[in-house]
Design a protein around this ligand. Structure first.
Ligand code: ZN
Length: 274
């Protein structure tokens, strides 16, 4: 099972079929197709720090909310630093990072059990991790670039949901979203050293190119770390989609550098508690 592609009202986005089947959440991973941004980040750029105007980014969020049926006031945005900090957000956090100032700083993962609150995290090659515990009815989104991946943000999110909501790892469904693929992602020795510290058996997720250069499969690395954290293999959905290979769908930092726009992961527990 992989992610499902949707073409709707001019937008293209992806969802996790096992999440859709629960009927508990609205969620997606965006593409750049269908947005109002022009110039270097043409398309559905959702990053305020990218080379784009605030008006275009806001218009893109409003389009997305309209297509997915989300209240624009329900959005709460992460502030990512390639760390492993996870924050539990509640009704009082609605609007932070888009409609009002935010005290959510240095936060690469958001979790909540509040219905109607829409979590948002950002990407341009890094790995989006979607978490849904249908038993405790709680959700999470994490941003896993190489630093966050090797430092264990996948495990930290599972632990965060255990601590906050009494989630059991074996109940949690996970989606591993579009990101840079192994063949597009060359790294050097120090990255592998960090990986070895946290994963131990790292050879399954890398290919050696010689001279201390490696290809690293970030999606498989996160999957291995999720399995170590107690998530069941059959509860994990892989997108196997590459942001760098698919230039018609995705922005990519490795392909476009500073001109890359931002893609986003969004998720909301259906209902209203905010
Ligand atoms: Zn690729």
């Amino acid at each position: 099972m992989t992610f499902k592609r949707h073409d709707r009202d001019g937008l293209i986005y992806f969802t996790v079929p096992s999440f859709d089947q629960t009927g508990l959440v609205k969620h997606c991973f965006t593409t750049k197709v269908g947005g109002m941004s022009s110039g270097r980040v043409k398309g559905l750029n959702l990053g305020f720090s990218r080379p784009d105007t605030r008006e275009s980014v806001v218009a893109n969020f409003e389009k997305l909310c309209s297509v997915l049926g989300l209240d624009r006031k329900s959005l709460v945005l992460s502030h990512q630093v390639h760390g492993t900090s996870i924050r539990q957000v509640t009704a009082g956090d609605a609007g932070k990072g888009i409609w009002r100032d935010s005290d959510i700083k240095n936060t690469d993962g958001l979790i909540t059990n509040k219905r109607g609150l829409t979590l948002i995290t950002f990407y341009a090659d890094c790995v989006p991790l979607f978490f849904l515990d249908p038993q405790r009815q709680a959700i999470g989104l994490s941003h896993a670039g190489w630093k966050g991946t090797v430092a264990g943000i996948a495990r930290e999110t599972v632990v965060g949901m255990k601590d906050a909501f009494a989630s059991k790892p074996e109940d949690i469904l996970v989606g591993i979203g579009p990101s840079i693929c192994r063949d597009c992602y060359e790294v050097d020795g120090p990255v592998i050293s960090r990986l070895q510290e946290n994963l131990g058996d790292w050879r399954d997720v890398t290919v050696s190119l010689g001279k201390d250069k490696y290809l690293l499969d970030l999606q498989s690395t996160n999957k291995a770390l999720l399995r170590k954290a107690g998530v069941k293999e059959q509860n994990i959905t892989d997108s196997r989609l590459c942001t760098r290979c698919n230039s018609e769908l995705f922005y990519s930092y490795r392909r476009e550098g500073k001109d890359a726009g931002s893609l986003a992961a969004l998720m909301q527990l259906i209902g209203s508690e905010i």
